[in-house]
Design a binder for this molecule. Structure first.
Ligand code: ZN
Length: 310
């Protein structure tokens, strides 16, 4: 498969075990899996844990489908930063003769892309992206700003891999803070600690580290360096199928990047700052199976209780 990252022996073994136990279901495409019932129980348990941890902030609840207007992807500069990860939706808009030719090529699994035209839609690359235009449309923020719970939407990243911890489509449990810079930074700092505790109490060995996004190309390397220098991104890391640790949650301070793109204003008319946190639900779920075994009935009682309140 072009562009596919090779999997290590440990990653391949973990993937086989997850498939064998009916936790992930093969589709034939690397990084795209169905989920079995037990896997979903754990994933939903982790999502609910985040919901409870955020409840005291009384966040505004917003949910969006895993698809985004193409103009939003264009407006925030995603194609400059991550052209290699984007997924765009194309559709047929041709004649009957072209439809016939397209079907003939498709039946032979040949290239039928010349019959496809760009639509107004792309796949959502991060669960917080639809939040910014929605909040901008509501007018200036209240003085304390706003916290938005964006739920646990499916997001897409085109990075086919044999590592079960690197999926092309996965759930990102995101919460977004919008407001004055010092409030947004304090919120990000508080959640870094909360996330370490939350995941640590599930029996995962976690550590916090400074991080950067996988920006594309030569200018991307400069963006990565500057992101680190300004300490804008942190990740919680844990061992999944290694050899290196894998990020299971991230804390991103965007400064005024999204607020400037959409004109999100503070009560005094200044441009807001934003930060988001995202828990990678499948990664956390897989880390739990790797740590506690494939039979959830045999998991430590305190882990079961935290996940399912039982
Ligand atoms: Zn985000």
């Amino acid at each position: 498969m072009p562009g596919q990252r090779p999997a290590s022996a440990d990653q391949a073994a973990l993937l086989s075990a997850l498939l064998e136990h009916d936790l992930l279901i093969e589709t034939g495409v690397p990084g795209v899996y169905g989920r079995g019932g037990v896997f979903e129980d754990v994933r939903e348990g982790v999502a609910a844990l985040v919901t409870r941890a955020a409840a005291a902030e009384e966040p505004l609840q917003l949910r969006f489908p895993p698809i985004l207007p193409r103009s939003d992807l264009e407006r925030v500069g995603y194609l400059k930063s991550f052209p290699h990860l984007a997924g765009s939706v194309f559709a047929f808009n041709g004649t009957e003769a072209q439809a016939t030719e397209q079907q003939e090529r498709a039946s032979r699994h040949e290239d039928w892309s010349e019959f496809q035209e760009m639509t107004d839609l792309v796949l959502t690359p991060a669960a917080c992206y639809p939040v910014y235009p929605a909040i901008a449309a509501r007018g200036a923020l209240a003085p304390a700003g706003l916290t938005v719970d964006a739920g646990g939407a499916y997001v897409f990243r085109h990075e086919p891999s044999g590592d079960p911890a690197r999926l092309q489509m996965f759930h990102q449990r995101e919460i977004v803070r919008i407001g004055e810079p010092h409030l947004v930074e304090a919120w990000r700092d508080a959640w870094r600690e909360r996330a370490l505790e939350l995941l640590g109490r599930l029996g995962l060995h976690v550590k916090l580290d400074l991080a950067s996004d996988p920006f594309f190309g030569r200018s991307g390397r400069m963006l990565m360096a500057s992101q680190r220098e300004q300490q804008l991104k942190f990740e919680v890391l844990t061992q999944i199928a290694g050899p290196e640790l894998t990020a299971v949650a991230s804390f991103n301070y965007h400064q005024d990047h999204f607020a400037s793109a959409y004109g999100i204003k503070l009560a005094d008319g200044a441009t807001a700052h934003t930060a988001c946190l995202g828990f990678g639900l499948e990664r956390i779920t897989i880390a739990l199976f790797r740590t506690h075994g494939f039979d959830t009935v045999a998991w430590p009682a305190e882990v079961r209780q935290r996940l399912w309140d039982r």
